[in-house]
Ligand binder design. Structure first.
Ligand code: CP
Length: 328
């Protein structure tokens, strides 16, 4: 029997969910399942990244994404370097592109980049030889977060298609919301957004989502309740009257959750602000909350993404040798 062809992602980089079709998402999630098993063993090592070098380049703070990419790279047998931007020559005025070119000269295979500006990671991907993974760029995208959320949902519910997912809170500033909306829609879920008008992007009605300003109505019959943090670091004015008032209208508590399906899952990408967008009683409800499971799935999904992207690397071709970006 002929050997099954090795699955490859359509591009060298993962810059966003935009550009991924259902077979790509399914393949990433299927491979992630294997790495969930690997990560639960006492011996957690695989070999897909042996000999490869991965650099974590984070221009914004992170606990989950940076640590899980580091663990993912190490569990696959790669060499992983965490570059501390605070202790780097960025602080002496070196630009993003010069920093990236400097790192590229050391021949890494993968650059994992988080940056406060939307589009910065794509710009960088056009200048370097390595595969680039977007670990969150401004308000644009956070593709591995959406993939790990999808894996968490699929494992619990057995599917994505047909589920009603309510994404609640600060949609305006959230790259997590944007990536999740793209992924969930492409996989056939019904997506609702629930927020005050001040926390919704202009033109949201054109995103193909159902828009709610009332939390109870937005949660009515939902299968998944995904809460988002108020991103104060991206706010330059008064988007909400006060955290207390925001919690009263939009914070997830038992009373509002009662409107969702009895088996609805509670999700949050973290970091959480307890008492602002979510009450501890529901965040810590082990029957309903899958917040810690999301973190676990993050390592497995990032292992799968690193594995799949590095299958596309032969040697390190010069810039322009392989199409950059995430075209379909
Ligand atoms: N969800 C997420 O991106 O968390 P971190 O900011 O801790 O990486």
């Amino acid at each position: 029997m002929p050997a099954e062809p090795i699955f490859r992602l359509p591009t060298r980089h993962l810059l966003g969910i935009e550009g991924l079709a259902p077979p790509h998402v399914d393949a990433i999630l299927d491979l992630s399942e294997t790495y969930v098993e690997t990560s639960r063993r006492a011996e957690k090592k695989a070999s897909g990244l042996r000999g490869r070098t991965v650099i974590n380049l984070f221009f914004e703070n992170s606990t989950r994404t940076r640590t899980s990419f580091e663990l993912a790279g190490k569990r696959l047998g790669g060499d992983v370097i965490n570059m501390s931007v605070e202790a780097s020559s960025v602080k002496k005025g070196e630009t993003l592109i010069d920093t990236a070119l400097t790192l590229t000269a050391m021949n890494p295979d993968v650059l994992i980049v988080r940056h406060p500006d939307s589009g910065a990671v794509k710009l960088l991907s056009e200048k370097v030889r390595a595969s680039v993974i977007n670990a969150g760029d401004g308000q644009h995208e956070h593709p591995t977060q959406a993939l790990l959320d999808a894996l968490t949902i699929r494992r619990r519910k057995g599917r994505l298609s047909g589920l009603v997912v309510a994404i609640c809170g600060d949609i305006l500033h959230s790259r997590v919301a944007r990536s999740n909306i793209l992924l969930l829609q492409v996989m056939g879920a019904v997506v609702r957004v629930v927020a005050p008008t001040t926390l919704l992007p202009a033109g949201i009605e054109r995103w193909g989502v159902e828009v709610f300003h009332d939390m109870r109505r937005g949660l009515d019959g939902a299968d998944i309740v995904m809460m988002l943090r108020l991103q104060r670091e991206r706010m330059d004015g008064g988007y909400v009257p006060s955290p207390r008032e925001f919690f009263h209208f939009y914070g997830l508590d038992r009373d509002k959750l009662a409107r969702a399906k009895p088996d609805a899952l509670i999700m949050h990408p973290g970091p959480m602000n307890r008492g602002v967008e979510i009450d501890s009683i529901v965040a810590d409800d082990l029957d309903r909350s899958v917040i810690q499971e999301q973190v676990e799935m993050g390592v497995a999904v990032r292992m799968a993404v690193l594995d799949l992207l590095t299958r596309n690397l032969q040697g390190n071709e010069p810039p322009g040798g392989v199409p950059a970006g995430s075209g379909r």
